[in-house]
Design a protein around this ligand. Sequence first.
Ligand code: NAD
Length: 322
Amino acid sequence: MNLLVTGAAGFVGSAYVRGLLVHDPEVRVTVLDQLTYAGNPANLPTAHPRLEFVHGDICDAVLVDKLTAGADQVVHFAAESHVDRSIEGAGAFVRTNVLGTQTLLDAALRHGVGPFVHVSTDEVYGSIETGASTEDHPLRPSSPYAASKASSDLIALSYHRTHGLDVRVTRCSNNYGPYQFPEKVIPLFVTNLLDGEQVPLYGDGRNVREWLHVEDHCEGVDLVRTGGRPGEVYNLGGGTQLSNRELTGLLLDACEADWGRVRHVEDRKGHDLRYRVDWTKARTELGYRPCRDFTAGLAGTVAWYRDHRDWWEPLKRRARTP
Ligand code: NAD
């Protein structure tokens, strides 16, 4: 079985491919990744005999057509993914997340490729003060990032309703784990603390996120690929709910630092207060059940960054070079 996986030089996609190559001896994987600032081929076992890496853009219709023609299925992770960057400028988000997704869908349709798993986020539902968003909750994205993902979800689902393409959408909560680019809150805070620097906490720190280990997310994506239904959306949640302030406290403890290292900064524009997804559908239909313990998972993640300075130091240096 030939699987085309987009964006797998990034955080979540690389975890998915690393796991799949270990657990499924039948699968051959082609990764298509543009290697933006967030993509790093060192995240992948590029010499693996069942892995081919192609450096390219999901908006390149000719390249996408060629790769899709040789694929049986697609798992689509490629995206611009950082909310703060989308607030600075939304163009790359609309281009990659919306146009890139449509380019892939067109190619999948031409070549009869499916399932096409479109990996999305809980942020499409917007902030929910109490309870949890089910899959039919209205889409009320706040940031340009979330809006571009919601747009791509709708385009993807339209290819199922209009053309019958086997599209399946996943919407997951915040992930943590190794190989995450050190601009996102957990690797940013951990690497700053390991370097003796301060960490920037937005506003009063009361915004709540649900944290799921990246490997639990990847297992959920694969359950959707192998057992999900065409045209359906599956929420993937079940992580640990924490305010940013609580998360900061845990990271300070893990890095043996105190609150003197925290710098309070102006809140993010349009900062959603809370996300929470209802994942009953994935649990009852697919047997999805996250199994990584948060305390152990967070400790393992902090240890990974402590032991892999060679991975993140060049990325932070490059990010600081004007
Ligand atoms: P990431 O930023 O770490 O990686 C994105 C990858 O996509 C990079 O390797 C980058 O080079 C590649 N890419 C970007 N533009 C491209 C283009 N035009 N063509 C080809 N490749 C391109 O992101 P991530 O955190 O791994 O997220 C992956 C997916 O999972 C995204 O779709 C995101 O919305 C979704 N998601 C992430 C989380 C999370 O907590 N990280 C949670 C839920 C959903």
